[in-house]
Write a protein that binds this ligand. Structure first.
Ligand code: ZN
Length: 424
């Protein structure tokens, strides 16, 4: 719902005008150039180049003079995941041995029917992967009898985990057992895996709001990328200049811009996430550890480095119709050159494919702003995604435009409607 907080005629509101010189192209370029340089090795999550990118962003937050997130003492929101390598895993069901898949980060389980382990079923009529996704989201331990109609998917899934997989820090073991039996009276499972902890971090800084400090507006982007690919013309580093060094540059330049403005009404968080390309680990962790009810809006920024399908100085917004976030931005941009449009690629499901999704699932009006020509950009996730392919003057204008578009939300005048969780 849109709150009308002041009954002052609009002409008397103190408009904050973003001047062209407020966002500096040289700064925009410096940050993209640093993050997309070859020595960052494509910023792959868990690789040293990713850690170098994190250190660079941390220094930038310090230079700009942001505060840490509420309850934090540094800009790093550090957490763990596990690299899991299956070891010996076996089940005996009604006296017959059956194949096993172990999920979760626990090192070993030894369960049997006497232990009151919650029992689940993946029946013939169930969607195999959907059921597993839901079981994992539940986060409870379980023994799961999988109907043998899913044998092929079960085997493929087991094979995909065999060489090692990265999992969230979830001690709740879920054991999948493929069995034709429906009346199971005796069973025993022994499963072991090598669980190696992996550390990773998001980086977050804040400008505290003056009158509504407990209401937060987020500007975010992901600093990880996909690392090293097979060589093309002697180049193997996926530099990720557009994806998403351009977004991180936008977040840092917006932080610098707001830092030089009078204190905003609402608190502004500047977050750079890790693990986006590997499954949104960073945003998922953040969403679990920050009260979503306090987040009024999220401007997630992913790939702004080129002109959008709608031409210069424009972006599209994913999930435009999921809240009135987009129409509020359009209202704020009524007299501006910068324009925002609904996502022109609905079949790509981009609303679910970026870091906004983790917060949108919790009801936050969390949307991604992008210029990506996702249907035709041959450099997407390619070693050719380099600084020289970006349109830096356009990127600079877009960052200015985003600040204008956010004005009434930052000022506490407009509050976007919540996303309907049931439709997520
Ligand atoms: Zn990407």
């Amino acid at each position: 719902m849109k709150k009308m907080l002041f009954l002052i005629p609009v002409c008397c509101l103190p408009f904050v005008h973003v001047q062209a010189q407020d966002i500096k192209e040289k700064e925009v370029e410096r940050i993209v150039a640093t993050l997309s340089a070859d020595d960052m090795q494509g910023r792959k999550t868990f690789a040293p180049g990713n850690a170098r990118a994190a250190s660079f962003i941390e220094k930038e937050f310090t230079r700009i003079g942001l505060q840490p997130l509420p309850g934090n003492h540094s800009y790093r929101q550090a957490f763990h995941m596990y690299n899991l390598m299956p070891l010996e895993q076996q089940a005996v069901v009604n006296g017959k041995s059956a194949p096993v898949i172990m999920l979760g980060s626990e090192a070993a389980v030894h369960w049997d029917q006497s232990m009151h382990i919650p029992v689940e079923h993946i029946k013939a009529s169930d969607n195999f992967y959907d059921r597993i996704f839901r079981l994992q989201r539940n986060g409870r331990k379980a023994i799961v009898w999988v109907d043998t109609t899913h044998r092929e998917m079960f085997n493929n899934y087991a094979a995909s985990l065999k060489g090692g997989s990265n999992e969230k820090d979830s001690s709740a073991a879920i054991i999948l057992v493929l069995t034709p039996d429906t009346n199971i009276t005796r069973w025993e499972v022994k499963a072991n895996q090598q669980a190696t902890p992996l550390s990773l971090c998001n980086l977050g800084g804040m400008i505290r709001g003056s009158s509504k400090p407990d209401e937060y507006v987020i500007f975010s982007a992901h600093y990880d990328h996909i690392g090293i690919l097979s060589p093309e013309n002697g180049d193997s580093i996926a530099n990720g200049a557009d994806d998403d060094a351009s977004g991180v540059s936008a977040v840092l330049n917006l932080a610098e811009y707001y830092k030089h403005q009078p204190a905003p009404a609402r608190s502004i968080l500047f977050i750079t996430f890790t693990g986006e390309e590997d499954g949104g680990y960073g945003a998922a962790y953040f969403a679990k550890h920050f009260n979503p009810e306090k987040v009024v809006a999220m401007f997630n920024i992913d790939m702004l480095g080129k002109q959008s399908k709608f031409g210069p100085n424009s972006v599209f917004i994913t999930g435009f119709d999921r809240s009135d976030f987009g129409t509020i931005l359009q209202k704020n941009l009524k007299d501006a050159e910068f324009k925002v449009y609904p996502d022109p690629y609905p079949s790509e499901h981009l609303f679910y494919r970026a870091d906004n999704a983790e917060l949108a699932r919790l009801g936050v009006p969390a949307h991604t702003l992008s210029t990506a020509k996702i249907d035709v950009d041959s450099l997407y996730h390619n070693v050719g995604d380099e600084l020289k392919t970006l349109d830096l003057p356009n990127l600079t204008k877009i960052i200015e435009g985003i600040a204008i578009s956010a004005r009434s939300i930052i000022a506490g005048e407009d509050t976007p409607k919540r996303v309907d969780k049931k439709k997520m």
